[in-house]
Design a protein around this ligand. Structure first.
Ligand SMILES: [Fe+2]
Length: 328
């Protein structure tokens, strides 16, 4: 029986255990078919303007080569990377070595002001770097395992970006991402109309209320504000005379309904990132949902040490619908 706030995804036979749906032939100028199709290599340990940047796909690494010396200046490169994050939602940079905490935060500042709401683990290399691990002496454990979510839904404005860097990789321990706009756009009309009426109430901090479906502040595309492990309840028709807060059983049923959309069709929408040391991922936190796979919590003695660094960038926009609420 489903209990409120219980993790939805904790079984050993987790549905996330699948191979990613790669998209051969997609190039940096092509249209990605899911959240993560672009594969970029830039050495973040060094100033960007001195690098060779390769852009390709997860299955076609040689698709395009840019010499950054031809891009004239540093800021146009950063600008191009920001445009790519907006367009593709998830950028994966391979073979970065081990980037210092200060450099990680510096890269984060390309996107805005770092916002640190987490526990400062003593091993963290920088106050703005969240250090997660499968060993509590090395970093915070059980992070990202309470259900599908975006980061920072407990704030009035959830984080705009999340930047991840893998410092020590276990034999298994992926992070799984889903593209939120695709999920909303593929909802059957009746279900879409129901979800348009829903808001989530966070169970953390001040307990902000956010519309489940709203407009991404940059792209204006519909995305989801949700956290299946940190939601007190949902509200139907929030702010109207019809407003009603869900009881535990209905809250749990809605969690399951949302969860189903993340995993249905044999996880066809998911991109499962199998980490390597040196991977650096920039994610549009508002455009992709994510979850740490169960293996991320396997003990160090079994799979080796996992250490992942994350920097989050403050959001500026409380989730808002920038369109008329559709009626049945
Ligand atoms: Fe997260």
């Amino acid at each position: 029986m489903c209990q409120k706030k219980k993790r939805i995804c904790t079984s050993g036979s987790h549905p996330l255990l699948s191979t990613p749906c790669l998209c051969p032939g997609t190039t940096s100028g092509g249209r990605p078919c899911s959240a993560a199709r672009i594969f970029m290599m830039v050495n973040f340990a060094l100033p960007v303007h001195s690098q060779i940047m390769l852009i390709g796909t997860l299955s076609c690494l040689h698709a395009m080569i840019w010499t950054l010396s031809s891009l004239e200046q540093y800021f146009p490169v950063i600008s191009a990377i920001k445009e790519d994050v907006a367009k593709h939602r998830l950028l994966i940079f391979k073979d970065q070595g081990v980037i210092s905490g200060a450099r990680h935060v510096e890269i984060g500042r390309w996107f805005g002001e770092p916002e640190s709401t987490f526990y400062k683990h003593p091993c963290s290399p920088h106050p703005d770097v969240f250090r997660v691990s499968n060993d509590r002496t090395e970093g915070c454990t059980n992070v990202g395992r309470t259900g599908w979510h975006i980061d920072g839904s407990f704030q009035e404005a959830p984080f705009s970006y999340a930047l991840y860097h893998m410092v020590s990789v276990p034999s298994s321990g992926p992070t799984v991402f889903v593209p939120l706009t695709d999920i909303v756009e593929e909802l059957p009309k009746k279900q879409l109309l129901r979800w348009e009426r829903l808001s989530m109430i966070s169970d953390r901090r001040s307990g902000p209320v956010h519309p489940l479906i709203y407009s991404h502040p940059i792209t204006k595309k519909k995305v989801l504000c949700f956290h299946l492990g940190m939601t007190e309840a949902y509200v139907w028709d929030y702010g109207t005379s019809e407003q009603r807060v869900t009881k535990d059983e209905e809250t749990c049923a809605l969690h399951q309904e949302i969860h189903h959309e993340m995993v249905k069709d044999n996880k066809a929408r998911q991109y499962r990132h199998e980490w390597s040391v040196g991977d650096f991922i920039i994610s549009d936190n508002l455009a992709v949902g994510h979850e740490a796979a169960p293996e991320t919590q396997l003990p160090r003695s079994q799979v080796g040490l996992r250490v992942l660094h994350r920097v989050t960038i403050e959001g500026h926009s409380p989730p808002t619908k920038m369109y008329p609420i559709p009626k049945e």
